[in-house]
Design a protein around this ligand. Structure first.
Ligand code: HEC
Ligand code: HEC
Length: 238
């Protein structure tokens, strides 16, 4: 970790030091969380739960109306990060009403199952991107989100291929404190509007990257659905 920090582009010593301290604190927190491992995932059950989610997350280019930004891509994301995000919607640390209700309706086991199904196979890194090719505003971010946009550990989200409008929206929310996360609140605090545009453009255009989860509804080549799955699909049809 320390070498990564040294390699990082140092524009603001304070910001780097704060982020480093937070990262260490976060590491300690996750270490204690590791003492209670999450339940074993069942992706097959997750697929059943996932039908509801794909009404928004399974449509290419689907946008949230007010405010207008693209619904995040989930395929290829780290499972652990998706679990953390769902817990944050549940607790209200992320105050997005629809996702709060979605997450509230799920048990921890169901969150783990659906996150595993939606994430699918993690995005694999192509080849490392030299730091000199990363825009200055995004260099500090690479120690956690990778210069190729792929989160360096399971709790750091992959940003490669994520929608540009969604990344901008998320960064503004960390900035205003609407989204509460000690690391990202600190990281976003000093970004100017122009820097937010730059970093969002950089990460969203990286490939390989995240995808929209394909809706099994349309893939008739897939093996026949179980009765329960049909039921869930019909009752969640929108
Ligand atoms: C009505 C549309 C809608 C439905 C249905 C929906 N979502 Fe979402 N989801 C969104 C939007 C919009 C966001 C971005 C919210 C924000 O800005 O924080 C989001 C964000 C997320 C995130 C955070 C992604 C990230 O990169 O941080 C996860 C994880 C997620 N949803 C999982 C689910 C799961 C699991 C379900 C089904 C149980 C579901 N969603 C159902 C619209 C929806
Ligand atoms: C010390 C590690 C660390 C650094 C450095 C860091 N981040 Fe993050 N980032 C995180 C973590 C952890 C999360 C998940 C926070 C949460 O759960 O809301 C995150 C979340 C995000 C998200 C939301 C992704 C989503 O899918 O909703 C964006 C966008 C983001 N970071 C951009 C950046 C940018 C841009 C920088 C550089 C200015 C940066 N990050 C620096 C750790 C870091």
């Amino acid at each position: 970790m320390s070498e990564l920090w040294l390699r990082s582009y140092v524009r603001s010593g304070v910001r780097v030091a704060t982020a480093a301290l937070l990262a260490v604190a976060y590491g300690a927190l996750s270490a204690s969380a590791a003492a209670h491992p999450p339940p074993v995932a069942n992706a097959r059950l997750g697929r059943v739960i996932g039908y509801t989610c794909l009404g928004c997350h399974g449509i290419v280019g689907y946008r949230n109306a007010y405010p207008n930004y693209a619904v995040p891509r989930l395929r290829g994301q780290h499972v652990q990060y998706l679990i953390d995000a769902l817990k944050e919607y549940r607790s209200g640390a992320r105050a997005y009403p629809t996702m709060h209700l979605q997450a509230l309706s799920l048990s921890l086991q169901q969150i783990v199952d659906v996150a595993t199904y939606l994430a699918g196979k993690p995005v694999a890194s192509a080849k490392p991107v030299a730091l000199s090719q990363v825009p200055k505003a995004a260099r500090l971010c690479t120690s956690c989100h990778g210069s190729d946009g792929i989160g360096v550990s399971p709790m750091y989200p992959t940003l490669a291929g994520q929608h540009e409008s969604y990344l901008m929206r998320a960064l503004r929310e960390y900035q205003t404190g609407y989204r509460k996360n000690p690391i990202m609140n600190a990281m976003a605090a000093s970004l100017t509007p122009a820097e937010i545009r730059t970093v969002a453009a950089y990460f969203s255009h990286l490939s390989p990257g995240l995808h929209t989860v394909p809706r099994p509804y349309f893939s008739w080549t897939a093996k026949p659905l179980h009765l329960t799955e049909r039921f869930v699909r019909r009752s969640s049809a929108r």
